[in-house]
Design a protein around this ligand. Structure first.
Ligand SMILES: [Zn+2]
Ligand SMILES: [Zn+2]
Ligand SMILES: [Zn+2]
Length: 200
């Protein structure tokens, strides 16, 4: 008999016809082997089907383990530690998971600080072939803007952005830095005895 080949730690689900470990079935004392005839998955699917038939729309809970929640934005199932608390929500957790919240926060930051949408930023990065326009090596990741006018100048890598910042965002200083690297260090020009001309 086929049944003998199956370990008695397993049971055949009468709905999906699969042999599954006993743990895959909920207990039911009124049945001889103490387990429900449908496996947990089938029982949940059956319950869901019944609810839909009754005109109730119940979100399927199948696949979301205890202590986890499914993020409707990214669709990922994550442990409760990946969610911020929200007392007014029925489950006490925020709607978005922490990483989706962070992404949304960054999008808001982009808009508030630079008046850019993520699409604008992506378009800008694409127009630079994804590269930092100063070193032409590292990926463009930092939206750089003029602190005086607020105008967005381009997208740089973190190093180049901090480099121009350290040179005071001053084109003349950057030009002198370039000349210096080429061996032409700036020297004061003597315009009159004892009077040197400094760059304006
Ligand atoms: Zn089943
Ligand atoms: Zn998410
Ligand atoms: Zn760079």
């Amino acid at each position: 008999m086929v049944v003998l080949e199956i370990e008695d730690s397993e049971k055949r689900c009468s709905r999906c016809k699969q042999h599954k470990p006993r743990a895959a079935f909920a207990s039911n004392k009124s049945i001889r082997d103490g387990l429900q005839s449908y496996c947990r998955e089938c029982a949940a699917a059956y319950h869901q089907q019944r609810q839909v038939a009754k005109g109730r729309n119940v979100r399927p809970r199948v696949g979301v383990p205890e202590g986890h929640k499914c993020c409707r934005t990214c669709g990922e199932i994550k442990p409760h530690s990946e969610w911020t608390r929200n007392r007014s929500a029925s489950d006490g957790l925020a709607t978005l998971c922490k990483s989706c919240k962070a992404i949304k926060g960054r999008a808001g930051h982009l808009k508030r600080h630079y008046g850019l949408t993520e699409a604008d930023r992506d378009e800008m990065v694409a127009s630079q072939m994804g590269l930092c326009v100063i070193c032409l090596k590292a990926p463009a990741v930092h939206v750089d803007h003029c602190h005086k006018t607020g105008r967005v100048r381009g997208v740089l890598c973190f190093n180049c952005n901090s480099a121009i910042g350290k040179l005071g965002d001053d084109p003349d200083a950057v030009r002198r830095a370039a000349a210096y690297l080429e061996g032409n260090a700036w020297k004061p020009t003597l315009v009159a005895p004892g009077v040197y001309q400094l760059p304006s």
